[in-house]
Design a binder for this molecule. Structure first.
Ligand SMILES: Cc1cc2nc3c(=O)[nH]c(=O)nc-3n(C[C@H](O)[C@H](O)[C@H](O)COP(=O)(O)OP(=O)(O)OC[C@H]3O[C@@H](n4cnc5c(N)ncnc54)[C@H](O)[C@@H]3O)c2cc1C
Length: 271
Protein backbone atom coordinates (compact mmCIF):
# COMPACT_ATOMS: atom_id res chain seq x y z
CA UNK A 1 0.00 0.00 0.00
CA UNK A 2 1.03 3.61 -0.40
CA UNK A 3 2.37 5.13 2.81
CA UNK A 4 0.90 8.60 2.46
CA UNK A 5 2.44 9.92 5.69
CA UNK A 6 5.94 9.30 4.34
CA UNK A 7 7.44 12.45 2.82
CA UNK A 8 11.07 11.40 2.47
CA UNK A 9 13.14 8.29 1.76
CA UNK A 10 16.82 8.54 2.63
CA UNK A 11 19.25 6.22 0.88
CA UNK A 12 22.55 6.19 2.79
CA UNK A 13 25.51 4.49 1.09
CA UNK A 14 27.55 4.38 4.31
CA UNK A 15 26.51 4.19 7.96
CA UNK A 16 27.89 7.67 8.72
CA UNK A 17 25.26 9.00 6.30
CA UNK A 18 22.47 7.70 8.56
CA UNK A 19 21.05 10.84 10.17
CA UNK A 20 20.71 11.38 13.90
CA UNK A 21 17.56 9.56 14.99
CA UNK A 22 14.31 11.48 15.24
CA UNK A 23 10.77 10.48 16.04
CA UNK A 24 8.98 9.52 12.81
CA UNK A 25 12.01 7.77 11.29
CA UNK A 26 11.93 4.08 10.42
CA UNK A 27 14.46 1.77 8.83
CA UNK A 28 13.28 0.19 5.59
CA UNK A 29 14.55 -3.31 4.81
CA UNK A 30 12.44 -5.44 2.44
CA UNK A 31 9.38 -3.34 3.30
CA UNK A 32 7.06 -6.36 3.32
CA UNK A 33 5.62 -5.46 6.70
CA UNK A 34 6.20 -1.69 6.50
CA UNK A 35 4.16 -1.42 3.31
CA UNK A 36 1.48 -3.87 4.45
CA UNK A 37 -0.18 -1.56 6.95
CA UNK A 38 -0.52 2.23 7.49
CA UNK A 39 2.47 3.74 9.29
CA UNK A 40 0.83 6.87 10.63
CA UNK A 41 3.70 7.74 12.97
CA UNK A 42 6.34 7.49 10.22
CA UNK A 43 7.35 10.37 7.94
CA UNK A 44 10.87 9.29 6.87
CA UNK A 45 12.18 5.92 5.74
CA UNK A 46 15.88 5.11 5.85
CA UNK A 47 16.56 2.48 3.21
CA UNK A 48 19.12 -0.10 4.31
CA UNK A 49 19.52 -1.68 0.87
CA UNK A 50 21.81 1.10 -0.38
CA UNK A 51 24.36 0.20 2.32
CA UNK A 52 25.12 -2.84 0.13
CA UNK A 53 26.23 -5.15 2.93
CA UNK A 54 27.46 -8.50 1.55
CA UNK A 55 24.64 -10.95 2.26
CA UNK A 56 26.52 -14.00 3.51
CA UNK A 57 30.05 -14.58 4.75
CA UNK A 58 31.27 -18.08 5.42
CA UNK A 59 34.35 -18.72 7.58
CA UNK A 60 35.77 -21.45 9.79
CA UNK A 61 33.94 -19.75 12.70
CA UNK A 62 30.54 -20.13 11.08
CA UNK A 63 28.16 -18.09 8.97
CA UNK A 64 27.68 -14.32 9.14
CA UNK A 65 24.38 -13.16 7.72
CA UNK A 66 23.90 -9.46 6.99
CA UNK A 67 20.62 -8.11 8.36
CA UNK A 68 19.81 -7.09 4.77
CA UNK A 69 20.28 -10.62 3.38
CA UNK A 70 16.99 -11.66 1.81
CA UNK A 71 15.14 -14.85 2.74
CA UNK A 72 15.68 -15.94 -0.91
CA UNK A 73 19.47 -15.47 -0.64
CA UNK A 74 19.62 -17.44 2.59
CA UNK A 75 17.40 -20.19 1.20
CA UNK A 76 19.77 -20.68 -1.75
CA UNK A 77 22.95 -20.79 0.35
CA UNK A 78 25.11 -23.89 -0.25
CA UNK A 79 26.62 -24.95 3.06
CA UNK A 80 29.77 -27.04 3.58
CA UNK A 81 29.05 -30.77 3.91
CA UNK A 82 30.09 -30.92 7.58
CA UNK A 83 27.42 -28.38 8.58
CA UNK A 84 24.87 -31.09 9.31
CA UNK A 85 22.38 -28.62 10.74
CA UNK A 86 22.46 -26.43 7.61
CA UNK A 87 19.18 -27.87 6.20
CA UNK A 88 17.56 -25.84 8.98
CA UNK A 89 18.26 -22.70 6.91
CA UNK A 90 15.96 -23.87 4.13
CA UNK A 91 13.39 -25.37 6.49
CA UNK A 92 13.06 -22.09 8.39
CA UNK A 93 12.94 -20.02 5.19
CA UNK A 94 9.93 -22.11 4.18
CA UNK A 95 8.31 -21.73 7.60
CA UNK A 96 7.09 -18.21 6.87
CA UNK A 97 3.66 -17.41 5.52
CA UNK A 98 5.19 -16.27 2.30
CA UNK A 99 4.22 -15.20 -1.18
CA UNK A 100 6.77 -15.03 -4.01
CA UNK A 101 7.08 -11.28 -3.31
CA UNK A 102 7.81 -11.73 0.39
CA UNK A 103 10.29 -14.53 -0.35
CA UNK A 104 12.31 -12.26 -2.63
CA UNK A 105 12.02 -8.97 -0.74
CA UNK A 106 11.84 -9.80 2.99
CA UNK A 107 15.15 -9.73 4.81
CA UNK A 108 16.49 -11.86 7.62
CA UNK A 109 17.04 -8.74 9.75
CA UNK A 110 13.55 -7.39 9.03
CA UNK A 111 12.05 -10.67 10.17
CA UNK A 112 14.08 -10.64 13.38
CA UNK A 113 13.35 -6.96 14.11
CA UNK A 114 9.61 -7.54 13.61
CA UNK A 115 10.00 -9.91 16.58
CA UNK A 116 6.78 -11.80 15.90
CA UNK A 117 6.37 -15.19 17.61
CA UNK A 118 6.12 -16.77 14.13
CA UNK A 119 9.36 -15.12 12.99
CA UNK A 120 11.11 -18.09 11.43
CA UNK A 121 14.47 -16.34 11.23
CA UNK A 122 14.21 -15.92 15.01
CA UNK A 123 13.58 -19.67 15.31
CA UNK A 124 16.61 -20.38 13.12
CA UNK A 125 18.99 -18.02 14.92
CA UNK A 126 17.85 -19.17 18.36
CA UNK A 127 18.15 -22.88 17.57
CA UNK A 128 21.60 -22.40 16.06
CA UNK A 129 22.89 -20.38 19.04
CA UNK A 130 23.07 -17.18 16.99
CA UNK A 131 24.57 -13.92 18.19
CA UNK A 132 23.43 -10.59 16.79
CA UNK A 133 25.61 -7.53 16.29
CA UNK A 134 23.69 -4.35 17.06
CA UNK A 135 24.82 -0.85 16.15
CA UNK A 136 23.41 1.74 18.57
CA UNK A 137 23.42 5.30 17.24
CA UNK A 138 26.51 7.08 18.54
CA UNK A 139 27.53 4.08 20.68
CA UNK A 140 29.80 1.09 20.38
CA UNK A 141 28.53 -2.06 18.61
CA UNK A 142 27.12 -4.60 21.05
CA UNK A 143 26.41 -8.32 20.84
CA UNK A 144 23.17 -9.89 21.99
CA UNK A 145 22.25 -13.56 21.84
CA UNK A 146 19.28 -14.47 19.65
CA UNK A 147 17.47 -15.74 22.75
CA UNK A 148 17.78 -12.42 24.57
CA UNK A 149 16.94 -10.15 21.62
CA UNK A 150 13.19 -10.78 21.47
CA UNK A 151 11.48 -9.83 24.71
CA UNK A 152 7.83 -10.44 23.77
CA UNK A 153 5.32 -10.33 20.92
CA UNK A 154 6.62 -7.58 18.57
CA UNK A 155 9.09 -6.40 21.24
CA UNK A 156 12.87 -6.49 21.36
CA UNK A 157 15.91 -4.89 22.93
CA UNK A 158 16.64 -2.38 20.12
CA UNK A 159 16.96 1.20 21.31
CA UNK A 160 15.79 4.20 19.20
CA UNK A 161 17.71 4.24 15.92
CA UNK A 162 19.66 1.11 16.83
CA UNK A 163 20.43 -1.13 13.86
CA UNK A 164 20.63 -4.88 13.66
CA UNK A 165 23.77 -5.26 11.56
CA UNK A 166 24.35 -9.01 11.35
CA UNK A 167 23.65 -12.47 12.66
CA UNK A 168 26.44 -14.91 13.48
CA UNK A 169 25.70 -18.63 13.48
CA UNK A 170 28.65 -20.50 15.04
CA UNK A 171 30.15 -23.48 13.19
CA UNK A 172 29.90 -25.52 16.42
CA UNK A 173 26.08 -25.25 16.23
CA UNK A 174 25.94 -25.76 12.46
CA UNK A 175 27.86 -29.03 12.89
CA UNK A 176 25.25 -30.52 15.24
CA UNK A 177 22.55 -33.08 14.47
CA UNK A 178 19.07 -31.64 14.43
CA UNK A 179 15.37 -32.45 14.35
CA UNK A 180 12.71 -29.98 13.20
CA UNK A 181 8.96 -29.90 13.70
CA UNK A 182 6.49 -27.24 12.66
CA UNK A 183 2.76 -26.91 12.39
CA UNK A 184 0.36 -24.28 11.23
CA UNK A 185 -3.44 -24.26 11.46
CA UNK A 186 -3.76 -23.51 7.76
CA UNK A 187 -1.78 -24.76 4.79
CA UNK A 188 1.06 -22.24 4.22
CA UNK A 189 -0.17 -20.30 7.26
CA UNK A 190 1.79 -18.71 10.08
CA UNK A 191 3.52 -21.17 12.40
CA UNK A 192 1.60 -22.24 15.52
CA UNK A 193 4.65 -24.08 16.83
CA UNK A 194 8.18 -24.38 15.47
CA UNK A 195 10.35 -26.62 17.61
CA UNK A 196 13.99 -27.54 16.94
CA UNK A 197 16.26 -29.92 18.77
CA UNK A 198 20.02 -30.08 18.30
CA UNK A 199 22.64 -32.49 19.65
CA UNK A 200 26.43 -32.57 19.37
CA UNK A 201 27.74 -35.28 17.03
CA UNK A 202 29.39 -37.20 19.84
CA UNK A 203 27.96 -35.70 23.05
CA UNK A 204 24.96 -36.70 25.12
CA UNK A 205 23.46 -33.20 25.18
CA UNK A 206 20.15 -31.91 23.86
CA UNK A 207 19.21 -28.31 23.14
CA UNK A 208 15.48 -27.79 22.59
CA UNK A 209 14.28 -24.48 21.14
CA UNK A 210 10.61 -23.59 21.37
CA UNK A 211 9.29 -20.85 19.09
CA UNK A 212 5.97 -19.64 17.62
CA UNK A 213 3.97 -21.34 20.38
CA UNK A 214 5.50 -18.93 22.89
CA UNK A 215 5.63 -15.15 22.59
CA UNK A 216 9.43 -15.19 22.63
CA UNK A 217 11.94 -17.97 21.95
CA UNK A 218 12.59 -20.34 24.83
CA UNK A 219 15.42 -22.80 25.11
CA UNK A 220 16.03 -25.81 27.31
CA UNK A 221 19.51 -27.31 27.58
CA UNK A 222 20.25 -30.82 28.86
CA UNK A 223 23.67 -32.41 29.45
CA UNK A 224 22.15 -35.82 28.81
CA UNK A 225 19.11 -36.86 26.82
CA UNK A 226 16.18 -36.55 29.27
CA UNK A 227 13.45 -39.14 29.68
CA UNK A 228 10.03 -38.30 28.21
CA UNK A 229 8.75 -37.35 31.67
CA UNK A 230 11.80 -35.22 32.49
CA UNK A 231 11.46 -33.37 29.19
CA UNK A 232 7.81 -32.61 29.87
CA UNK A 233 8.57 -31.44 33.40
CA UNK A 234 11.39 -29.21 32.08
CA UNK A 235 8.99 -27.58 29.60
CA UNK A 236 6.46 -27.04 32.41
CA UNK A 237 9.12 -25.42 34.55
CA UNK A 238 10.49 -23.18 31.80
CA UNK A 239 7.29 -22.03 30.09
CA UNK A 240 4.79 -20.33 32.37
CA UNK A 241 1.07 -20.20 31.54
CA UNK A 242 1.36 -16.58 30.39
CA UNK A 243 4.23 -17.42 27.99
CA UNK A 244 2.05 -19.52 25.64
CA UNK A 245 1.01 -17.28 22.76
CA UNK A 246 -2.71 -17.07 22.03
CA UNK A 247 -3.79 -15.58 18.69
CA UNK A 248 -5.77 -16.34 15.53
CA UNK A 249 -3.06 -18.77 14.46
CA UNK A 250 -3.83 -21.04 17.40
CA UNK A 251 -5.01 -20.95 20.99
CA UNK A 252 -2.53 -21.22 23.85
CA UNK A 253 -3.69 -24.76 24.86
CA UNK A 254 -3.35 -25.92 21.24
CA UNK A 255 0.15 -24.51 20.95
CA UNK A 256 1.15 -26.01 24.29
CA UNK A 257 -0.13 -29.39 23.14
CA UNK A 258 1.87 -29.15 19.89
CA UNK A 259 4.98 -28.20 21.82
CA UNK A 260 4.84 -31.27 24.12
CA UNK A 261 3.99 -33.50 21.17
CA UNK A 262 6.83 -32.29 18.94
CA UNK A 263 9.36 -32.07 21.77
CA UNK A 264 8.83 -35.77 22.47
CA UNK A 265 9.12 -36.62 18.75
CA UNK A 266 12.37 -34.66 18.59
CA UNK A 267 13.72 -36.39 21.72
CA UNK A 268 13.01 -39.78 20.17
CA UNK A 269 14.42 -38.85 16.78
CA UNK A 270 17.68 -37.60 18.23
CA UNK A 271 18.10 -40.48 20.73
C1 LIG B 1 1.04 -11.59 3.99
C2 LIG B 1 2.13 -11.46 5.03
C3 LIG B 1 2.54 -12.61 5.72
C4 LIG B 1 3.53 -12.52 6.71
N1 LIG B 1 3.89 -13.67 7.36
C5 LIG B 1 4.80 -13.60 8.35
C6 LIG B 1 5.18 -14.78 9.08
O1 LIG B 1 4.69 -15.87 8.84
N2 LIG B 1 6.08 -14.62 10.06
C7 LIG B 1 6.67 -13.42 10.34
O2 LIG B 1 7.53 -13.33 11.23
N3 LIG B 1 6.34 -12.31 9.65
C8 LIG B 1 5.42 -12.35 8.69
N4 LIG B 1 5.08 -11.21 8.02
C9 LIG B 1 5.67 -9.91 8.43
C10 LIG B 1 6.92 -9.50 7.59
O3 LIG B 1 6.62 -9.48 6.24
C11 LIG B 1 8.13 -10.41 7.82
O4 LIG B 1 8.43 -10.47 9.22
C12 LIG B 1 9.37 -10.00 7.04
O5 LIG B 1 10.39 -10.96 7.22
C13 LIG B 1 9.87 -8.61 7.45
O6 LIG B 1 11.08 -8.35 6.74
P1 LIG B 1 11.29 -7.04 5.84
O7 LIG B 1 12.71 -7.07 5.39
O8 LIG B 1 10.29 -6.93 4.78
O9 LIG B 1 11.08 -5.92 6.96
P2 LIG B 1 10.47 -4.45 6.83
O10 LIG B 1 9.01 -4.50 6.56
O11 LIG B 1 11.31 -3.59 5.93
O12 LIG B 1 10.75 -3.97 8.35
C14 LIG B 1 10.12 -4.59 9.44
C15 LIG B 1 10.47 -3.80 10.72
O13 LIG B 1 11.82 -4.04 11.12
C16 LIG B 1 12.56 -2.81 11.14
N5 LIG B 1 13.89 -3.17 10.61
C17 LIG B 1 14.14 -3.84 9.47
N6 LIG B 1 15.45 -4.10 9.35
C18 LIG B 1 16.06 -3.58 10.45
C19 LIG B 1 17.40 -3.54 10.92
N7 LIG B 1 18.40 -4.14 10.24
N8 LIG B 1 17.67 -2.95 12.10
C20 LIG B 1 16.67 -2.37 12.82
N9 LIG B 1 15.37 -2.37 12.43
C21 LIG B 1 15.07 -2.97 11.26
C22 LIG B 1 11.78 -1.84 10.28
O14 LIG B 1 12.01 -0.50 10.65
C23 LIG B 1 10.34 -2.29 10.57
O15 LIG B 1 9.93 -1.76 11.81
C24 LIG B 1 4.11 -11.26 7.02
C25 LIG B 1 3.71 -10.13 6.30
C26 LIG B 1 2.72 -10.21 5.34
C27 LIG B 1 2.32 -8.96 4.60
Amino acid sequence: MNLNTVTEVKRPTATDEIPRWREGYAYLAGGTWLFSTPQIATHTLIDLETLRWPALKLSSDGLDIAATCTIAELEQFQAPANWTAAPLLKLCCHALLMSFKIYNAATVGGNICMSLPAGAMISLASALEGVYTLWPQGGKPRKVSALEFVTGNHMNVLGPGELLRSIHLPASALEKRFAFRRNSLTHLGRSAALIVGTRSQTGEDLLLTITASTARPMQLGFDRLPSAGALRRAIDAAVKDADWFDDVHGSAPYKRHLTYYYAEQIRTELA
